[in-house]
Design a protein around this ligand. Structure first.
Ligand code: DON
Length: 529
């Protein structure tokens, strides 16, 4: 079973499984295919996390998050007075972190896959070279971001005839990208990190006031780590360690474990108040303690301990909200600009991948004829302590910019097991909303007994303390609940939708797979056999 946000990419994954590949082969092939078919988000020019549960029970977390260039500086996005310069960390080459995706996918394939690099990249090459027919969901993303396709080499690919937006039924052909993929397929990661591709990116960066160097590419390394884990009502939640978002997911679960959410009722004022309180405390800790573990010491044992969760529960007043200070925000209204996908195979392997170029179409730039967008992941760092980034996250010293450091992420590819068997594979895009999406998907299933398709598609809520309001997808709550929450102290603000929790649930009785694609991204598809 393969579930992704783009139907062609889901097909690619399934074909790999049908050809005898395992879930890791399929996940790598999907990673390359999404780089072609979901160019807002799927990528070669970004980074991400892959969480693998192998059939023998071993769990592996592969961190291919971008790194800050060696010439990066703590104050690189500030003016002389120390104010954040608008757009520097989000647009153009200064916003670009050293990409990790190509090395990450290759690492996963060589360690845990069974097929050749050529075999898993071929489907992506075909999709780029021959093109694919755009559906409504594909076109919507391209049209909504048209103004980002300014540079001639970008417009020539993503606008019809370099001018007009693509329409449903048009074929999107990406010859440059096909060429890049062929280079990687034949020459391996060296083509990207030592060869022609690195040279083109570095030279475009130098021409556009960027700081990327050949050394940044040559030095880039993938990291492996032990995943984060927590027990929630008899289920084992396995998720991404720092610099990922799984710590925040597990902190929320540890706090919520002490309450009977089921008895309090789905979306009751009481259960929402406890959820929001758990969110508030978990995000406070995220923003102060978390960062790249290669650079900062994180008190993970404390943050994930039962005693700490108990201490937090003791601070939660059952009657009213806790008000953090309100801070001026520039909150992003785009919520699905990353992509998550889930794969399980018949052997018992499961893979959860979330990878990204951060904003939709990343920094909005493509280096010469490489054909792929570069990320703007540098915005995930603390540009300045106490000043919010594009996701409204007000972060601290732990996530300050340092050369070679990975920016803190919220991405939380997650696998839930029961008695050592895979029960759920999930995750989502959505910037700072990712951990609360993952928690809601899982509580919907575990506490409220929903099947996975309902659990991922119900409207969601999100609270991160700052900004000091709860954001709500349309019609998540009825007006009475909103009023009652108001009286408790919560300001609920309607928002657009966010996230796309492409998930797979395993029926533990008969071992059948239930795949569910999130309707928020209509190009997505769950395919199994
Ligand atoms: O790593 C992170 O947390 C962000 N760069 C993810 C960005 C994202 O999900 C964009 N979607 N709204």
């Amino acid at each position: 079973m393969v579930v992704t946000t783009q139907h062609e990419a889901s097909q690619v994954g399934v074909k790999i499984l049908l050809a005898g590949g395992n879930a890791i082969d399929a996940a790598v092939a999907v990673g390359y295919a999404l780089a072609v078919t979901d160019p807002c988000c799927g990528n070669l020019g970004g980074g991400g996390f892959m969480l693998i549960h192998l059939a023998d029970g071993k769990e592996v977390f592969i961190d291919f998050r971008e790194k800050a260039p060696l010439a990066a500086k703590r104050n690189m996005y500030l003016d002389k007075k120390g104010n954040v310069l608008d757009g520097l960390s989000t647009k153009s080459y200064l916003a670009v972190g050293v990409p990790g995706t190509v090395k990450g996918l290759d690492f996963a394939l060589s360690k845990y896959g069974t097929l050749s690099r050529q075999q898993v990249i071929n489907p992506a090459i075909a999709l780029a070279e021959k093109g694919f027919i755009l559906q409504a969901g594909d076109v919507r993303i391209l049209q909504a971001n048209q103004k980002k396709f300014k540079d001639a080499n970008v417009a020539n690919i993503f606008l019809k005839g370099g001018k007009n937006s693509y329409e449903v039924g048009d074929r999107l052909i990406q010859k440059d990208l096909a060429q890049t993929l062929k280079l990687i397929a034949t020459q391996g990661t060296d083509a990207f990190y030592q060869g022609a591709i690195a040279q083109k990116i570095v030279s475009a960066s130098q021409d556009n006031r960027g700081i990327l160097s050949l050394k940044d590419f040559a030095n880039y390394s993938v990291a492996t780590q032990k995943p984060i884990r927590c027990n929630y009502r008899g289920y084992e939640v396995v998720s991404s360690p720092p610099p990922g978002g799984g710590t925040t997911v597990c902190q929320m679960f540890n706090i919520l474990e002490g309450y009977n959410l089921k008895k309090l009722g789905f979306h009751s004022v009481e259960s929402l108040h406890l959820m929001f309180s758990a969110m508030l405390y978990a995000y406070r800790d995220r923003n102060s303690y978390l960062g790249d573990p290669a650079f900062v010491k994180i008190p993970l044992d404390k943050l994930l301990s039962e005693q700490y969760a108990e201490q937090i529960r003791n601070k939660i007043n059952r009657d009213r909200a806790i008000f953090p200070d309100s801070i001026k925000q520039n909150y992003s209204r785009e919520g699905t600009n990353t992509t998550h996908y889930s794969v399980v195979d018949k052997y018992g392997n499961a893979v959860a991948v979330t990878y990204t170029i951060n904003s939709n179409f990343g920094a909005g730039v493509i280096a010469s004829d490489t054909g792929f967008f570069l990320n703007n992941e540098m915005d995930d760092f603390t540009s300045k302590p106490d000043i919010a980034n594009q996701f409204g996250l007000v972060q601290g010293e732990a996530n300050i910019i340092e050369p070679g450091k990975r920016p803190l992420s919220s991405m939380s590819p997650t696998i839930v097991t029961k008695d050592d068997r895979v029960f759920l594979v999930t995750g989502s895009p959505g910037g700072s909303t990712i951990p609360t999406t993952v928690v809601q998907v899982i509580t919907n299933i575990i506490d409220y007994g929903m099947p996975v398709d309902r659990a991922i598609n119900l409207p969601r809520l999100h609270y991160q303390g700052s900004p000091n309001f709860v954001v709500s997808e349309p019609y998540a709550l009825n007006s009475k609940t909103v009023q009652n929450l108001w009286e408790k102290g919560y300001r609920v603000t309607p928002f657009l939708t966010w996230g796309a929790a492409e998930s797979i649930q395993v029926n533990l009785k008969d071992n059948s797979f239930l795949g569910a694609s999130d309707r928020r991204k209509s190009a997505g598809k769950a395919i199994g056999f």
